[in-house]
Design a protein around this ligand. Structure first.
Ligand code: ATP
Ligand code: FE2
Length: 341
């Protein structure tokens, strides 16, 4: 009698911006390890080279810790994947170098993963959601997307800065330490008075830079409390996101809505997206923070699916892609009905 086949193991390394993470998953969908370390930017915001140095320093230790947590030897790994883009060039290059080295050392195939796609795929996996409309909101991305025949289509996105970046930049102007988002949420919960601020939705796209400038100027004027300013900022920014998400939902007629990315932690945003989902008869899911923020498990899980679809790359083809769009990726492991894992 032959032994039951062992699940495949993929080790994935994430490192597109602040966070470097190492995740290990198996083909039964289990997350065996998900270790991370975050670079904390100074007053001027994220410094790509400093972040990259941080990632280079901690990545080897994280790989060791992840293997230990998963109770695996390096030789048990079948596939090595890494975040190939989009993201900050210096950070991406550090992670790509680490992944190439590991793949060569172990003699195991290499897979380059799109970071935005990985956010959606791990969200679908951990929430057990088949085919959602996704709102992915973080420090570097603001995207409304859904799967349609072989690719994710981007229905709406920011034309300038991401919503999380906007919150963090306003936080810096207001003397709030990084990351601004959680503290702004706390202050906003104590706000009472709504101050009118620029609301910019252009077609299905969003713009947050005018809102940032206006909100910082209003705070500096000294006429309003920080609580009221944060409250108004959240109401306007999140209403913009809700408007675009709702229109995409009406258009796609998806029956599930997935909220992910670091900003998904915000209770007011969750409430707004939950309301529009209910109004359209769609189920609403918020990805837990361990998997909504940047993490290695999402790169490992997506890498494993790409590997099974035969999408490995040679080292010569593994150049990083800082501007790689979600809708450029061929998602051949999902069928047109929206099925698959
Ligand atoms: P990406 O590379 O996907 O753009 P990232 O490097 O920004 O991700 P994440 O952990 O996904 O990392 O998101 C961090 C962002 O989430 C920060 O902008 C932070 O302010 C924001 N954030 C975290 N918690 C909250 C919250 N409670 N309310 C609003 N924003 C939040
Ligand atoms: Fe991310």
């Amino acid at each position: 009698m032959s032994e039951p086949s062992k699940p495949l193991i993929c080790l994935g390394i994430e490192g597109t911006a602040h966070t470097v993470g190492v995740g290990i998953v198996d083909s039964d969908g289990r997350v065996l390890a998900n270790m991370r370390s975050e670079y904390i930017p100074g007053k001027g915001g994220i410094h790509p080279r400093e972040a990259a140095e941080h990632h280079a320093t901690v990545a080897p230790r994280l790989v060791g810790d992840a293997l230990k947590t998963a109770k695996l030897a390096a030789s048990d790994v079948h596939v090595v994947s890494f975040s190939m883009g989009p993201g900050l060039g210096p950070c991406l290059r550090v992670v790509a170098t680490a992944a190439r080295a590991l793949s060569s050392l172990l003699g195991k195939p290499l897979v380059g993963v799109n970071h935005c796609l990985a956010h959606i795929e791990i969200g679908r996996r951990v929430m057990n959601v088949a085919d959602p409309l996704t709102l992915y909101v973080s420090g570097g991305n603001t995207i409304v997307a859904a799967f349609d025949c072989g690719r994710y289509r981007v229905f709406g996105e920011t034309l300038d800065i991401a919503v999380g970046n906007m919150l963090d930049a306003f936080g810096r102007d207001a003397g709030i330490p990084h990351p601004g988002g959680p503290k702004i949420e706390k202050l906003a919960s104590m706000g009472k008075k709504f101050i009118s601020l620029p609301y910019t939705v252009k077609g299905m796209d969003l713009s947050f830079s005018g809102l940032l400038t206006a909100t910082s100027a209003i705070l500096k004027s000294g006429k309003y409390s920080i609580e009221d300013v944060c409250y108004s900022l959240q109401e306007v920014a999140f209403s913009m996101l809700a408007e675009v998400t709702e229109r995409a939902l009406a258009h796609t007629e998806k029956v599930e809505v997935l909220l992910t990315g670091g900003v998904a932690a915000n209770k007011r945003l969750q409430q707004m997206i939950s309301i529009i989902s209910n109004e359209h008869g769609a189920s609403f899911y918020v990805v837990p923070m361990e998997y909504a923020g940047d993490n290695g498990a999402m790169i490992a899980w997506t890498g494993l699916m790409q590997f099974r679809a035969g999408r490995t790359i040679r080292v010569e083809e593994s150049n990083v892609r800082p501007k790689w769009r979600l809708d450029e990726v061929d998602v051949s492991w999902r069928d047109c009905s929206g099925g698959s894992q």
